[in-house]
Write a protein that binds this ligand. Sequence first.
Ligand code: SAM
Length: 292
Amino acid sequence: MTEGTMGLCDLNTIREILGRHGFRFSKSLGQNFLTAQWVPERIAAECGADAGSGVLEVGPGMGCLTVELSRKAAQVVSIEIDRALFPVLEETLSGTGNTEVVQGDVLKTDLAALCREKFGGRPVYACANLPYYITTPAISALLDAGVFEAVTVMVQREVAQRICAAAGTSDYSAFSIYVQYHAAAEILFDVPAECFVPRPKVDSAVLRLVPRDKPAVEVTDERLFFAIVRAAFNQRRKVLSNAAVPAFGGRLDKAQVAALIADCGLDAQIRGERLTLADFANLANRAAAMLG
Ligand code: SAM
């Protein structure tokens, strides 16, 4: 740790710099800045970036994580939506030399194109202390971009647990399956609510997603696979033979869906929340074969 970066997580320094720039936190932009220096240090140390790699950061805020990442990586590009933070970042990142901030909304940015443009052929890692209000779409956008070696993000602890949840647990959801299909997911460490200003109501956790070379399970019709998953969790209290019917858009009736479930060796009364990714894949592949 150096004096400069310690300052960026120090509450008095945060207040002094932001006050001088007339900056006010925006709740609607999910602006909760880190006040514990060990957190950006640990994210930078564990995200996988090294001297040969680039990092795409989402939401630099005042730049505390940006500075730490700039020490590990060859180059850091940060996307920030709030123009009011640009004069702040110009000041706080002035000593780095390998950082660049671009104005934009991560959800409206072509991340693959941005990485090609900014990083050339370097391996690129994604890092963020994500704003709460876009956690799920931002994670989807980072995975769908298909260009990151790893995606290390801080999210609400509950969301991190949901993403990593196993079949049959109450946290298991359609989003767990979506993420686990595309990536190996792991919680690195927890971050209590008192590590932020303003202090959020919930604790956070840092999650690392390592995109897979190929999906976790082999699926012949991805749209159908995810339609079945969504249908199963849309009505998670219903047995799968009822809940899954809408996924087939009228092409299979309830009796046919029940027969399909039996063919998979699953209990007639089973709920979708008990199915592993492999079970859902088996079901979707059999259905796809049946539908032609
Ligand atoms: N990285 C800083 C830190 O850890 O202290 C700030 C993190 S704060 C939780 C989230 C940041 O994301 C804010 O700077 C906010 O302005 C920015 N942000 C919010 N919505 C965004 C969006 N759609 N695209 C890009 N940045 C966004």
